[in-house]
Design a protein around this ligand. Structure first.
Ligand SMILES: Cc1cc2nc3c(=O)[nH]c(=O)nc-3n(C[C@H](O)[C@H](O)[C@H](O)COP(=O)(O)O)c2cc1C
Length: 200
């Protein structure tokens, strides 16, 4: 059974990014995947402290807070869904706080290791970015997805997918975008039934 972990990065319960992620996760669950969802805004945690303990004596982030069980769940997942609105051209601070803490997944000396040996995570995980963007212009903020896909590739997320809606601003906007929700369901079913990939 494929394990999906979904992190909701918006502070708005039932917001556009959450509705899109939920459509994906529900379809994946119906197709046989296990799905675990965390609403980051409900957790209390700090960003990476840059202490480098995870590169000296420890094999993981040494902070013990609301993100600790999330980081453990992500370590064990096959698919990580990161859902976020665009906030000032970026992911939300809630999601960025999580992303920075994934520094603990990187091996000591990671920068000098060959691809495939940099991460403490098992290879072949899939990253899915779910982005809700208020501005309708599709050419805006296109840098977010490839940038994080590149960075998280180092951590073992060797495949990455994007589900994006532009011109969704108010609560309920994404729920009315039936083509986006259908795209989410198709992707969810595909992720639930994908074969394990051989490491690159
Ligand atoms: C603090 C803040 C910053 C935002 N910045 C942007 C932005 O830079 N570009 C944009 O297109 N929309 C921006 N928006 C609009 C959100 O991306 C949009 O409302 C989105 O649908 C919210 O997703 P959610 O319902 O999942 O929270 C911003 C909204 C807020 C509250």
């Amino acid at each position: 059974m494929r394990k999906i972990v979904c992190l909701l990065g918006s502070p708005r319960p039932g917001g556009n990014s959450a509705v899109m992620a939920q459509a994906l996760c529900e379809a994946a669950g119906k197709a046989g995947a296990s799905v675990q969802t965390f609403a980051l805004n409900q957790l209390t945690y700090r960003g990476c402290q840059g202490c480098l303990a995870c590169k000296k004596d420890a094999e993981a982030c040494v902070l013990q807070d609301g993100l600790t069980p999330v980081l453990e769940a992500v370590r064990a997942c096959d698919v990580l869904v990161l859902a976020t609105p665009v906030y000032f051209g970026e992911v939300t601070s809630q999601l960025k706080g999580f992303i920075d803490r994934t520094f603990g997944y990187l091996q000591a000396g990671y920068a000098h290791l060959p691809r495939g040996e940099r991460s403490r995570l098992s290879p072949g995980k899939t990253l899915v970015f779910v982005i809700a963007q208020g501005h309708p212009k599709e050419e805006l903020f296109t840098d977010i997805f490839p940038r994080y896909a590149y960075l998280l590739n180092w951590q073992g997320f060797t495949e990455s997918r994007l589900l994006r809606a532009c011109g969704v601003y108010h609560l309920g906007d994404a729920a009315a975008r039936l083509e986006v929700l259908e795209e989410a369901r198709v992707l969810g079913r595909e992720l639930a039934t994908a074969q394990e990939r051989a490491p690159e």
